[in-house]
Design a protein around this ligand. Structure first.
Ligand code: ADP
Length: 254
């Protein structure tokens, strides 16, 4: 059942991606087709230059979409390992400080207990990196980025999890925008600045690892992304201890 679930989640991520591309492509084709029809309606006139520019622009954007999609699909296959999230996050701190620049303070708060999850190292780094880049964009005049790890106990119907939280003091996300942020190619950034693939990638990686990502945001205050990955027991504790092959003998006289 678990593999079935994971497969269907993978399919869902792929489906969302395909849906996003189809939508954007359709819009571009509508522009190209509409302008071609305008040209066809006036066979004796030279088409106005801005009409041709529109066609060219739409074709260029379509090319860009395909390029991004190819880069996205050519990702290395995932090689999940038991990853110590405290270690992975502190290894990234230096790069993140350089990336975010002088105006943003970067703080890591590591759980005193070890926090492990089974995930591809490169993919985990990509998740944190994408969230950090978005945080930077959300704080153009500076602010604070906090990355923390935590061991989350089971809660209601959610299982024990290894949590990484990426929090910023940026512009925040309005409610109507928040519904769309994980969709492929959804961006509020200027042309050429955002691809709209950052959070779709985060979503896809986290789904594939069997986890989930949630967001909480307040406009003008900041945004917090929480990534919950399935908890990985301490490596020192062999899993055979939990999978006893024979029934444990009952004490005599019981
Ligand atoms: P991109 O960064 O290329 O726009 P993403 O998928 O990474 O694509 O993000 C989609 C959108 O979600 C962004 O354009 C932005 O509007 C919003 N967003 C993501 N992270 C944040 C954040 N930390 N603060 C404010 N808005 C954010």
């Amino acid at each position: 059942l678990e593999t079935q679930l994971r497969e269907s989640q993978k399919l869902e991520a792929v489906g969302r991606l395909a849906g996003g591309i189809a939508h954007d492509f359709n819009n571009l084709l509508t522009v190209i087709r509409g302008n071609a029809e305008l040209v066809a309606m006036n066979p004796d006139e030279l088409p106005p230059p801005d009409l041709i520019e529109d066609i060219r622009g739409a074709a260029d954007r379509a090319t860009g979409l395909v390029r991004q999609l190819l880069a996205f699909s050519r990702r290395q296959p995932a090689r999940p390992v038991v990853l110590d999230l405290n270690e992975a996050v502190s290894d990234m701190a230096g790069i993140l400080r350089r990336l975010l620049g002088e105006r943003v303070s970067v703080t890591t708060l590591l759980c005193p207990q070890s926090v492990r999850a089974r995930i591809d190292r490169g993919q985990f780094e990509q998740v944190v990196m994408n969230l950090a880049v978005n945080a930077k964009d959300a704080m153009p005049t500076g602010g604070a980025l906090t990355i923390s790890t935590a061991a989350r106990p089971p809660d209601g119907d959610s299982m024990r999890s290894a949590r990484v939280t990426v929090s910023d003091t940026g512009v925040g996300i309005p409610d109507d925008v928040r519904e769309k942020i994980f969709e492929p190619f959804f961006t509020t950034k200027a042309m050429g600045k955002g691809t709209g693939l950052g959070l779709a990638t985060v979503y896809g990686i986290v789904q594939q690892a069997g986890g989930r990502v949630t967001v909480e945001s307040a406009v003008g205050v900041g945004t917090t992304f929480r990534v919950d990955l399935p908890w990985c027991a301490d490596a020192a504790q062999p899993s055979s201890m939990m999978l006893t092959p024979h029934p444990v003998p009952r004490p005599a006289g019981g």
